[in-house]
Design a protein around this ligand. Structure first.
Ligand code: CO8
Length: 265
């Protein structure tokens, strides 16, 4: 069964018996640039995904062949005036990215073309990135007199290290898919990134849902704290997994040499 919801600048397709959702940013006339309306829709659709207990993994991609998302809308940015307005807009965009990053299900960016500025920041809010061979990545904000304001200065160095992140942010250069792969910015490069993202999602969906969400939480919380406190978080999450029915099912199935059937309980 496939469900398809079409909004003005986004679409949400749900298949795999309701388990896998594909969110497409669709504002192709501006290379899917995130204007205020598109950002608001992205936030709403993220909420829909968060509230639908059936959806167990999310892929985010861009409509058309040229762009994933070519950044925040530069026309709208150009209207900003003053410290307060700039700060408010950055906080609003960060909120939307945080909504994606804090989803309790695995998320994959299928980067089908340009992922620049806010577009790369959206991809960075996902857990895993799959790039088309033609994809291009960059944080060109300094070329506009700005800095990455939707989480890029924080998430990129956490992912690829400060040196590589600073190189990208200070030069504003575009990175091609093979270089992105070698620096760990993307996990996979594929001819068809959406198809590859579906394959990766299917692998994820074979696993215990509560364990998946706790892995995400342990990694996220661990990155924001010391190793010592992070290890405590890990032990807490491990305890929570052991208390699930899925843990009993996973270990019983292994010992009985059969496939586990997880219920997310
Ligand atoms: N915003 C608005 N419109 C855009 C954007 C954008 N980011 N990117 C492309 N477009 C539009 C173009 O204006 C053009 O419109 P039109 O046909 O009406 O002239 C259409 O999309 C097609 O684009 P091009 O003709 O430029 O296509 P090319 O193939 O020649 O070039 C590029 C493709 C290289 C992707 C080029 O379009 C480009 O450089 N785009 C801008 C990329 C960029 O700088 N992105 C970063 C924006 S800044 C940002 O994201 C900040 C995020 C944090 C904000 C914090 C809040 C304060």
């Amino acid at each position: 069964m496939t469900m398809f919801e079409e909004y003005e600048f986004t679409t949400l397709q749900i298949d795999q018996h309701g388990a896998l959702a594909v969110l497409t940013i669709n504002r192709q006339s501006a290379l899917n640039a995130l204007n205020g309306e598109t950002l608001a829709e992205l936030a709403q659709v993220t909420d829909i995904v968060a509230e639908n207990a059936e959806i167990s993994a999310l892929i985010i991609t861009g409509g058309g062949e040229k762009a994933f998302v070519a950044g925040a809308d530069i026309g709208e940015l150009s209207q900003l005036e003053g410290v307060f307005a700039g700060r408010e807009m950055a906080l609003a965009g960060q909120d939307v990215m945080h909504g994606v990053a804090s989803l309790p299900i695995p998320t994959i960016a299928a980067v089908n073309g340009y992922a620049l500025g806010g577009g790369l920041e959206l991809a960075l809010a996902c857990d895993v990135r799959v790039a088309a061979r033609t994809a291009r990545f960059g944080l060109p904000e300094v070329s506009l007199g700005l800095l990455p304001g939707f989480g890029g200065t924080q998430r990129l160095p956490r992912l690829i290290g400060a040196g590589r992140a600073l190189d990208m942010m200070l030069t504003a250069r575009q990175v091609q898919a093979d270089e992105a792969l070698s620096m760990g910015l993307v996990n996979y490069v594929a001819d068809n990134p959406l198809e590859k993202a579906r394959e990766v999602a299917e692998l994820m969906l074979r696993n215990a849902p509560i364990a998946l969400s706790l892995v995400k939480e342990a990694v996220r919380r661990g990155l924001d704290t010391t190793l010592e406190l992070g290890l405590e978080v890990e032990a807490d999450m491990f305890g929570m997994c052991v208390a699930t029915l899925d843990f009993k099912e996973g270990t019983t199935a292994f010992l009985a040499k059969r496939k586990a059937s997880f219920k997310g309980e």
